[in-house]
Design a protein around this ligand. Structure first.
Ligand SMILES: [Zn+2]
Length: 81
């Protein structure tokens, strides 16, 4: 992840981090431009999944297959063989 200084838009160097929770982390970062030298704080937080975790996917597929009528379930199994 590349962070830019909010003041001068130069690259920042992360100097420390602090984990607030499983989904929120705070980053302290220094501007690498001598003339600026600002230190900034950023929050990185989880938003949402764009692909569910594998365990959720397998559970979803298992429920989906188990809820198929028997003939469709057998047809699916036969098509995989
Ligand atoms: Zn700067």
């Amino acid at each position: 992840m590349r962070l830019l200084c909010p003041k001068c838009e130069s690259p920042l160097r992360v100097i420390s981090t602090r984990q607030f929770s499983k989904e929120v982390k705070q980053l302290y970062a220094d501007c690498q431009t001598m003339e600026c030298g600002a230190r900034s704080v950023f929050h990185v937080s989880f938003s949402h999944f764009t692909r569910p975790p594998e365990s959720n996917y397998k559970a979803f597929m298992k429920d989906f297959i188990n809820n198929l009528p028997d003939d469709e379930k057998q047809g699916l199994i036969d098509s995989l063989a």
